[in-house]
Design a binder for this molecule. Structure first.
Ligand SMILES: *Cc1c(COP(=O)(O)O)cnc(C)c1O
Length: 374
């Protein structure tokens, strides 16, 4: 029996090998390797696909978040609200710019920011913290957070709402693509993401043209003119090789997401009538299943059973940010603490999920899931 890995970035490469190899050769032959024609074309094509005025490529998804914060002038003396149940990158980006993260609890059904928590801290900010200037809302696992009330509260309080779309390329809420609803949005292009480079990469998007221009300068030493820094910047560029690869992968992203949804549907059916509930879908949201995440109270046991049947699983994430030693006891939380966050970290379990899973592999996962019913 062949073990089915939980993620398989190599399968994505093999599925488009000839085209990717040709794009890599083209980029190598061009003699221009950083911020050139491939990067510009990718930014244009990504913005067009998403439906925003402008997209700016950068080195990774963490930098995309940090660049948005820098572009908005958010740093020391500012608080940024986000969640603890996320990739640590979200919180790392806030601290990279010198701002203070404020970690809010999640809705236990969808694993995304509890809008009541955000509304509460915006109306009644926790004492002793710098003013809240932004909220980074994470669309975790490929599903939209409940943006409606959060957008309204942010707007009413003059706070920027930044979408962390690192797991949500192509997902929608109320028919609109995530990444077009807030002030700006950050996407990671890490190899396992729904749109993945074959190395590190990131892209951010916004309809605010001036913000995009500022960020485009900040990502390269604050240059508007070569060798002349008009503002303080950093170095965070998307290279031409990755941009050329991403231009091959972007046209198949929507089909890949549809395939992920079909695989999720098969898993749902296999779980029906068993002890484990399939993931909750938010009404009005279109999920892109970056991860298919179940909740189980006996995780180690379920993982071992699935492994014995050749099914690899993952845990996203085993420890919430506020309980990791780098952050524990140091990073402020919302008034209610992070109770649901801590509970989710004990129970989440991710099944194999990528468009290249074969029918036979999906069948093997489903059979293993059915066997859990006993
Ligand atoms: C992957 C990820 C990031 C960071 O992306 P990198 O490209 O690895 O820096 C940020 N936020 C979330 C939710 C992610 O999943």
């Amino acid at each position: 029996m062949q073990m089915i890995p939980q993620a398989d970035p190599g399968a994505g490469y093999r599925a488009q090998k000839a085209e990717i190899d040709a794009a890599v050769a083209r980029a190598l032959d061009s003699g221009w390797y950083i911020l050139g024609k491939e990067g510009e074309a990718f930014e244009r094509e990504f913005a067009e696909w998403l439906g925003t005025t402008r997209a700016v490529g950068c080195a990774n998804g963490t930098d995309a978040l940090a660049l948005i914060l820098r572009g908005l002038g958010i740093g020391e003396g500012c608080t940024v609200a986000t969640v603890s149940h996320t990739a640590v990158a979200t919180v790392a980006a806030i601290e990279m710019v010198g701002a203070t993260p404020l970690l809010l609890d999640i809705d236990p059904d969808t694993f995304t920011m509890d809008p009541d928590e955000l509304v509460a801290v915006l109306e009644d900010p926790p004492p002793g913290l710098p003013p809240i200037k932004a909220a980074i809302v994470v669309h975790l696992y490929g599903q939209a957070a409940e943006l409606g009330p959060m957008l309204a509260a942010c707007r009413a309080n003059g706070v920027a709402l930044i979408e962390d779309c690192a797991q949500a390329h192509g997902a929608r809420l109320g028919g609109q693509k995530l990444g077009t609803l807030g002030t700006a949005a950050a996407f990671s292009l890490y190899p396992t993401k729904n749109l993945g480079a074959l190395g590190d990469g990131g892209v951010l998007a916004t309809d605010d043209f001036e913000l995009a221009e500022r960020i485009a300068a900040i990502r390269q030493y604050g240059w508007k003119e070569r060798y002349i820094s008009s503002m303080v910047g950093i170095n965070s560029r998307l290279d031409e090789l990755q941009a050329a690869i991403l231009r091959v992968r972007l046209p198949v992203l929507d089909a890949g997401n549809a395939r992920r949804r079909a695989i999720a549907g098969a898993y749902d059916v296999a779980l029906a009538d068993g002890p484990i509930a399939p993931p909750v879908r938010r009404p009005g949201a279109e999920h892109v299943f970056h991860q298919y995440v179940m909740r189980v109270t006996n995780r180690a046991e379920v993982q071992a059973k699935l492994k014995a049947m050749g099914v690899g699983t993952g845990v996203h994430y085993p420890a919430p940010v506020h309980l990791q030693s780098a952050y524990q006891g140091r990073v402020p939380m919302g008034p209610a603490g992070c109770v649901e966050t801590a509970r989710a970290a004990q129970e989440v379990l991710s099944l194999p999920m990528y468009p290249e899973l074969t029918g036979a592999q999906i069948g093997q996962v489903c059979e293993a899931l059915r066997s859990l019913a006993g």
